[in-house]
Structures are given as structure tokens and as C-alpha cells.
Ligand binder design. Sequence first.
Ligand code: GLP
Length: 273
Amino acid sequence: MEIVILRSAQEGAQLAADMVAEVLTSGSNTVLGLATGSSPLGLYAELARRRRSGALHFGGTSAFALDEYVGLPSDHPQSYASIIRDEVVQPLGLDPAAVHVPDGSADDLVGACRAYEQAIQDAGGVDVQILGIGANGHIGFNEPTSSFASRTRIKTLSPQTRSDNARFFDSPDQVPEHCITQGLGTIAETRRLVLLAQGEHKARAVAAMVEGPVTAMCPASLLQMHPDATVILDELAASALTLSDYYSYVYEHKPAWQRHDPATITAERERHK
Ligand code: GLP
């Protein structure tokens, strides 16, 4: 796992955009994995800025969102379908038909989960997955004690997650109790993971993810087992890390052979498709 500690969220958004751009330019028909929440908003804005300036093109790109609330209609302003449409699909000019969000309003939720897994497989898997982290260490909506082998499924949100997300709703009781989320096993199969975290309220979860044991009590600790995971933090989110000076030293002295070489990314993608 690579840990990058930067002075501001804006610098983090730029680095994450560089990483997404590397994947976009390494082959055609890129499959993006999208997170919602506030953490990746700067990244999406930076990608949109690069698109407007002509530096990035998203033709042929498809995408899969990590999760969705159960029971919110897709046109509800807080449904992840609406947020992905407003923050990603429109600004990046993606084809709405190529951007998938789990169907939290389906009559057959179990069937919808199965179909979602199949759609990811049919697309050849996710090339680069953007992640945030919950204050309790969740990724997607995989709450503590989620199985590392889990696939897309229905989950019950923890009281902490409901209260953390209440700020987006008119009142806390409007936050749905259930969600559909890609599983930890699904997320583990994506070829590249880029996790963003900002602010002191994430510091404990970040320390548990990076320096704690690999445990279902901190679902994000899954990143310790992934061959290509980068964690991009601001100084506050990094403030509980024991080895932060070492991570900064490693990043400053990153040798050329350790940087991602476009030809290697292309070869890796071809191998999986
Ligand atoms: C939400 C989402 C996650 C997100 C996390 C952190 O509940 N389901 O995908 O990463 O919580 O949210 P934020 O970035 O707003 O802190």
C-alpha cells in the first residue's frame, strides 16, 4: 500500500486525477469504479476541469458505483444514482447508459445484486476504483464485520453511518436503514484502488486501515492485501499514523522504477479482458 500525505485536499484531488488519467490513457473502454460521499468530490471536479481543457477524454468509458440506498427512488436528490449523475456523469460527459448504480428500488433486490455482479464481470472488471472511508472504517457500505469474501448484497447500515450521513437529509430518520453495496470480495478484484480521506474525523479509521491488523472490524484494512492500492491523505487524516514521516520520506524518494509505467498498466488490463 502506498501512503501519500499532502498538504491539502486539492493536491490530493490532483494526484488522484493523475492516477485516473494514467489508467484512462493506458487503453480503451476504461471501467471506472465510483464512490459517493464528500471525499472524492474534488477529484471529480478536477477530472471535469481536465476534460473541459481538452486534456482528458472519457469516450468509451463505463462506470460502476459502489453502493446505493434501498428504498430511495433513483430521482431522490440523495440517492447515489442522482449524486453520480450530477457529480460524475454530467461533468465528465459519460454516456448515462454506461454508468451503473445498484438498483435500490428493485422489487427483487437479491436478483438486482446478482445482476450487478454479472454486469461488472461482463464489463471485464473495474480498472480503477475510487474509494472514500467511513469514520468506522467502512468502504462502500461494507460495515465492520463484513466478510472479506462478500459480493454485492443488501446490508443494514450501522447507527454511526446513518448518523454520519444524516447531514445530507432533512432529518436523521430519513436516512434509509438498508443499502446495496459491492462486497469486499468485489472491491478486492479491482485492478487499482485509490482511496481519498480528508479531515481529523477520519484519522482513527485511517490509522486502523493502514497500521492496524487486517480485520473485518476495519473493512478498509482489506487494502493491505491489495497489490496496487494508494491512500491519499491530507495532514489531518494522517494525524494518527505512527509512521507518517516514513511514508512521506518514501514518497519523496520514490524511484523511477516504482512509478507506474503506462506499458505495464496496458499489459495488465489486456491480461484481464
Ligand atoms: C458513505 C459512502 C462511502 C463513502 C463514505 C465516506 O456512506 N457509502 O462510499 O466513502 O461514506 O463518506 P465521506 O466521503 O462523505 O466522508
